[in-house]
Unconditional design. Structure first.
Length: 127
């Protein structure tokens, strides 16, 4: 699976997932025949989830949590999976800051800036 999708995958049994979208809003694609089926939004192209080709409702699927409500996701614990080598969980954390937009943070008091065009005295001339 391409790392450039920028997703944060959450894994669920297929029977536990319900995706609601207007008719025709989603499209399926596969990178190779018989491979994982990816579902993306036809309008913006964002990857919604991936699913296997089997029919078992207990089969695992991945859901892109970056598309879920950020306020609700801020309290969810995240298990970090080493999906590159060991397929073991390597950490668990709750990190609300990763879900909050910087524009929602309280304004910080910044140090005053010099006026545009104002010249600073260099050390060589400030005697």
């Amino acid at each position: 699976m391409c790392r450039r999708y920028g997703t944060l995958w959450a894994y669920y049994k297929r029977s536990a997932v319900s995706i609601t979208a207007p008719r025709g809003a989603l499209e399926n694609y596969s990178v190779r025949p018989g491979g994982l089926k990816f579902v993306r939004c036809r309008s913006c192209g964002c990857v919604v989830c991936w699913d296997g080709r089997g029919k078992d409702p207990e089969q695992r699927m991945g859901v892109n949590t970056r598309l879920l409500d950020h306020a609700q996701m801020a309290e969810v614990s995240v298990k970090v999976l080493d999906g590159d080598r060991t397929w073991h969980f390597v950490d668990t954390y709750v990190k609300p800051a990763m879900w909050i937009s910087p524009s929602r943070e309280p304004a910080r008091s910044a140090a005053p800036r010099p006026a545009r065009g104002a010249r600073r005295k260099s050390r060589a001339t400030a005697r």
